[in-house]
Design a protein around this ligand. Structure first.
Ligand SMILES: Nc1ncnc2c1ncn2[C@@H]1O[C@H](COP(=O)(O)OP(=O)(O)OP(=O)(O)O)[C@@H](O)[C@H]1O
Length: 322
């Protein structure tokens, strides 16, 4: 006898929700009514050219700036200021107090927030320093470390707090190409092991594809949502492949101009998102329709992964204005 489903389980609520977020600096409108949802385990990337408000959105999620309109919430609670549930890694190498050793830097927020006593904080710090590959450097001071090592310390310090979400603002932008690649790999390795939730800002299309499983494209002046892409099929291993390059070009097209359809004819990229996001299979403007979806933390995508995969085994989706 076949079962009949009378009520489907409700989809999980997003961990972080940005609803119509408008950010202003005096007369400067940094973003206008930007909305997106980040689910637990997502590697959600904000991608766009300079001035599209990526950093401002991340700062608003961190609670450093307050929206002029709309709201950001974590687990249903409105963000009204910074909190240990949202740890930030910045681009700058000077985010580590130089007078503190690596161990003291990692211990600092644990002690400041009274999460742990000194002994426990030392244990926790040792664990995370080893996890980011810096065992043996516990007593080093930041000025003796390379840029990549300093970023590892910043990541260890953030993850040691076990935040609900890790916020990273162009964390690898100031690194040389090789170190940047290593750090992307390291971040991917950490995520595979720990499955933390990540909100990551970059202006590099390649980095967005390598790091993210979902990408929000933003256009500038003021920052507005251009499109939302599902990108988990890419990683460092696929960087440089024909498909990866095609995806890069298509994202470039979405950000900066017309999108070429299958016939090669340019098509205006008018795709946008809204709080209610519907998935459409991206056939013509689509980002790499050649890959099966392997996993998604976004229940909306997960929901029809099966159907999509069954349909042709090679779908990508883009969220469009509902
Ligand atoms: N402190 C500030 N005071 C005034 N305007 C600001 C300030 N910070 C950002 N802006 C403006 O807000 C807009 C968005 O800036 P934001 O730094 O968020 O963009 P971004 O996409 O992160 O750019 P970039 O990649 O160059 O860092 C820009 O027009 C910028 O000039």
């Amino acid at each position: 006898m076949a079962f009949q489903i009378v009520r489907a389980a409700p989809p999980p609520a997003p961990l972080l929700r940005a609803e119509n977020v408008s950010l202003e600096y005096g007369a400067v409108c940094a973003t206008h009514e930007v909305s997106f949802d980040v689910y637990r385990g997502d590697r959600f990337v904000l991608l766009g050219p300079s001035g599209c408000g990526k950093s401002s959105l991340l700062k608003a999620a961190a609670g450093f700036i307050k929206p002029a309109g709309g709201a950001i919430s974590i687990d249903g609670r409105e963000v009204t200021g910074p909190g240990p549930d949202r740890m930030v890694v910045f681009q700058e190498f000077d985010q580590l107090p130089p007078w503190k050793t690596v161990r003291e830097n990692v211990m600092f927020p644990l002690l400041m927030t009274k999460r742990l006593n000194r002994h426990q904080a030392e244990e926790r710090a040792r664990h995370w320093i080893a996890k980011v590959g810096l065992a043996g450097f516990e007593n080093a001071h930041p000025h003796t470390l390379s840029g990549g090592m300093k970023q590892r310390v910043a990541i260890a310090r953030a993850l040691a707090m076990q935040p609900d979400i890790l916020l990273m603002d162009e964390p690898f932008a100031a690194l040389d190409a090789l170190t940047r690649r290593n750090m992307q790999e390291e971040l991917g390795r950490l995520w595979e092991e720990l499955r933390f939730t990540l909100l990551f800002v970059t202006h590099s299309i390649e980095e967005a594809l390598v790091v993210g499983n979902r990408i929000l494209l933003l256009s500038p002046h003021p920052g507005q949502v251009r499109a939302e892409l599902n990108s988990h099929q890419f990683g460092l291993a696929s960087a440089g492949s024909v498909e990866f390059q095609a995806a890069t070009q298509r994202i470039h097209g979405l950000l900066f101009g017309g999108v070429e359809d299958a016939s090669g004819a340019p098509e205006a990229a008018t795709i946008n998102t809204s709080p209610v996001i519907s998935n459409v299979i991206l056939a013509h403007a689509g980002i790499h329709a050649e890959y099966p979806i392997t996993r998604s933390m976004d229940p909306r995508l997960r929901e029809d992964d099966g159907a999509g995969a069954r349909a042709d085994g090679n779908v990508s989706r883009i969220a469009e204005k509902a």
